[in-house]
Design a protein around this ligand. Structure first.
Ligand SMILES: Cc1cc2nc3c(=O)[nH]c(=O)nc-3n(C[C@H](O)[C@H](O)[C@H](O)COP(=O)(O)OP(=O)(O)OC[C@H]3O[C@@H](n4cnc5c(N)ncnc54)[C@H](O)[C@@H]3O)c2cc1C
Length: 337
């Protein structure tokens, strides 16, 4: 393991933002991680842990150390009649894990196909898509405490996984390096096709999913057709979280906006941030190098050469305008540093 100096991060974040790290290291084994933890560069500097850089906005050069997680490997820990327990290292590409599972007929994460990034970052925001979330299958998270170098295993309940949120994004932010996750998948599962867009796609294409692979392929096809590819245009997927409101607030909004889009999620009312941003007139907006994607109002884009500051300024303008129009405050989903 080599610690490099003044390292350019532009290829390591999907926004394609040009920023330098004072120090940079890539770790491929847990032993390397321990060596890194004991280095002066690590001990004496602020840290950022990085997987695919697909949920990150770099607004400045990083005056500390950036650690890229390259811990690899997927293993089947236990197999029972109907259940299989998988452990994947944090540096595995998330979609590779989905493929590993779906190709073997293990159900549970196929709806999360093609979410960019690493396994290690998945618990950070309890990744979710097409009617599924990581918390549906997560058993535990292995993580090293930065201050002590001790490994701790967090059971699912200890991770406090909620909508795009976890203990690692809040109370324990920056305090642990996630090294591996363990999932429980089903061998005799059923396709989860409750999500409307997925249902419509299956119906339209006359697909009756018989295996997790069938469903994974369908989700991947929808995602490819809908979401901007960061290789083509810099972005970090949804920039903002959807907004939860009380019933009374919804009733008030309905008076002004009878067509307001909302849905119930575990007994709570959720208003799609994309609807708010679009209705506030931002969809397709462009100013210089930055903008709002023309088809996805939730996705902020770098048209080329944008700085993280410019994207942040656009995000702040959007937050202010949505607040003024609807009285609701958008929260970024993306990690801003
Ligand atoms: C086109 C596109 C579509 C997307 N669609 C979805 C979607 O459908 N659903 C969804 O939930 N997300 C989606 N995302 C967001 C993103 O893919 C996920 O949040 C993903 O889990 C980020 O993984 P990453 O490895 O790229 O994380 P990074 O961006 O590298 O890191 C994200 C955060 O986690 C921290 N972190 C990373 N690795 C570790 C670690 N090992 N230990 C501790 N902290 C760590 C980082 O410091 C940072 O704060 C999308 C992004 C893009 C670009």
């Amino acid at each position: 393991m080599k610690i490099e100096k003044n390292y350019n991060l532009s290829k390591l974040n999907t926004f394609g933002i040009y920023a330098n790290a004072k120090f940079f290291a890539e770790v491929s084994t847990e032993a390397e991680l321990m060596t890194l933890f004991n280095s002066e560069e690590f001990k004496n500097n602020k840290k950022i842990f990085l997987g695919g850089g697909s949920n990150l906005l770099l607004t400045r050069d990083w005056p500390g150390i950036v650690v890229l997680n390259k811990l690899k490997g997927i293993e089947i820990i236990r197999e029972e009649e109907n259940v299989v327990i998988l452990r994947a290292m944090g540096g595995v590409v998330w979609h590779d894990l989905v493929e590993f599972a779906s190709e073997r007929g293990y159900w549970g994460i196929e709806n999360l196909s093609l979410i960019p990034g690493s396994v290690g970052a998945a618990p950070m925001q309890n990744i979710g898509a097409y009617g599924a979330e990581l918390r549906n299958t997560l058993v535990s998270v292995e993580a090293y405490e930065i201050d002590t170098g001790q490994k701790k295993i967090f059971g699912r309940d200890e991770c406090a996984l909620r909508y795009r949120d976890s203990i690692f994004k809040n109370a324990l932010r920056g305090k642990y390096f996630i090294s591996a996750v363990t999932l429980e998948l089903k061998k005799d599962g059923q396709p989860n096709t409750e999500y409307k867009i997925l249902q419509d796609y299956l119906e339209k294409n006359k697909i009756i999913p018989k295996s997790p692979k069938d469903l994974s392929d369908a989700v991947a096809a929808i995602r490819r057709s809908k979401l901007p590819d960061p290789k083509v245009i810099g972005n970090a997927g949804s920039f903002f979280k959807n907004v939860f409101v009380e019933q009374a607030a919804l009733e008030k909004l309905k008076k002004d906006y009878p067509d307001i889009s909302y849905f119930e999620d575990e007994g709570r009312i959720k208003i799609p941030a994309a609807w708010l941003i679009e209705r506030a007139g931002w969809k397709g907006y462009r100013q210089g190098n930055v903008g709002v994607h023309e088809k996805q109002a939730l996705v902020l884009v770098n048209h080329g050469g944008a700085s993280g500051r410019e994207i942040l300024e656009l995000a702040q303008k959007i937050i202010a305008s949505v607040e003024e129009k609807f009285g609701l405050t958008l929260q970024p989903e993306v990690n801003i540093v």
